[in-house]
Ligand binder design. Structure first.
Ligand SMILES: Nc1ncnc2c1ncn2[C@@H]1O[C@H](COP(=O)(O)OP(=O)(O)O)[C@@H](O)[C@H]1O
Ligand SMILES: [Mg+2]
Length: 292
């Protein structure tokens, strides 16, 4: 876990050195508490969703801190994608509520809903790219929809392709790209409109281990550089161990266990969590080649 550890004095900027000791003491205590409070970016309160007679999501409550990589893990059919569609406002829950930064968002409609959705990026296992468009055309798509002018759009697309490491593929057709390169196009497109959150639904599940490693490294790097929140859905504990700070374990539509990744790895409390841990390699400094 790479969370910084602060001593209270180290939180004070140099400019405070002219203050007397008592004032500096008070100031550093205040800074310490501010640092300890983690802002909740996404909150789900008792969210449920039925499809016909299937209870896909069952009274799920969840808090995702701003600027973290949060994992949701479970077997196929556990309800992960259904939960993600509710979190990303693609679908409304039957009951319960979704909040972003304390604002209730599951009840939004029309332009207000669209505006919120524009601040979210999504990537999937099967990339969901337009085969009729080349690389730059795919990345440009959300910017065209948002009405960006031609010159600004060209600059932004070039910047995004550079960011994900495929600047040289700008004019390539998708059929000429590897799976990893396609996922980089999808990531560039997802980040085009400066989202606050990136949702990843089994984004590395179709990739070989080496490509999985490079995409996870990229996601982790982008999360830190752009200071976005990442919700990462997977059925692989190795992926969670490689990049997530916190994880929620889903089974039959419910979250059966959640907490810091290290804690769940060390002391899984439920059968579902233990099952996810099966076959996991022994702890080491790096996971899937990604250093924590
Ligand atoms: N649009 C839908 N219509 C009907 N059933 C659905 C729909 N979406 C999901 N389900 C059902 O809900 C359950 C959870 O599915 P899903 O959220 O896709 O799980 P996961 O992503 O964990 O594999 C499954 O039983 C699935 O068949
Ligand atoms: Mg799914």
């Amino acid at each position: 876990m790479s969370r910084a550890i602060f001593t209270p004095r180290s939180l004070l900027p140099d400019e405070t050195s002219s203050l007397d000791n008592r004032s500096r003491g008070k100031l550093c205590i205040a800074c310490f508490f501010v640092t300890m409070i983690r802002v909740q970016m996404i909150q789900l309160k008792s969210v449920s969703k039925m499809y016909g007679t299937v209870q896909a999501v069952h009274e799920v409550s969840l808090q995702v801190a701003d600027g973290c990589i949060f994992g949701i893990i479970g077997k196929s059919g556990a309800g992960k994608s259904s939960l993600l569609r509710i979190m990303s406002l693609l679908e409304k829950p039957d009951s319960g509520a979704v909040f972003f930064n304390e604002e209730r968002v599951d009840t939004l409609e029309g332009d207000a809903l669209l505006a919120k959705r524009r601040k979210m990026g999504m990537i999937f296992q099967n990339f969901n790219l337009f085969s009729s468009r080349d690389v730059r055309g795919n990345v440009a798509y959300p910017l065209e929809i948002a009405g960006m002018g031609k010159a600004a759009l060209k600059t932004r697309v070039a910047e995004l392709l550079e960011l994900v490491g495929i600047a040289d593929k700008s004019k390539s057709r998708l059929s000429c790209l590897s799976g990893g390169q396609k996922q980089r196009v999808a990531i560039a497109r997802a980040l085009a409109a400066y989202p606050d959150v990136l949702f990843c639904d089994e984004a590395t599940s179709a990739l070989d281990p080496q490509t999985t490693r490079s995409i996870l490294t990229l996601i982790k790097d982008l999360q830190q550089r752009l200071r976005i929140t990442v919700i990462l859905i997977t059925h692989q504990m190795e992926v969670v161990r490689a990049v997530c700070e916190e994880v929620a374990v889903m089974e039959s539509g419910r979250i059966v266990e959640s907490g810091l990744v290290e804690t769940i790895l060390r002391e899984p409390k439920t059968g579902a969590a233990r099952e996810m841990l099966q076959g996991l390699a022994a702890p080491s400094g790096t996971y899937l080649g990604v250093s924590r």
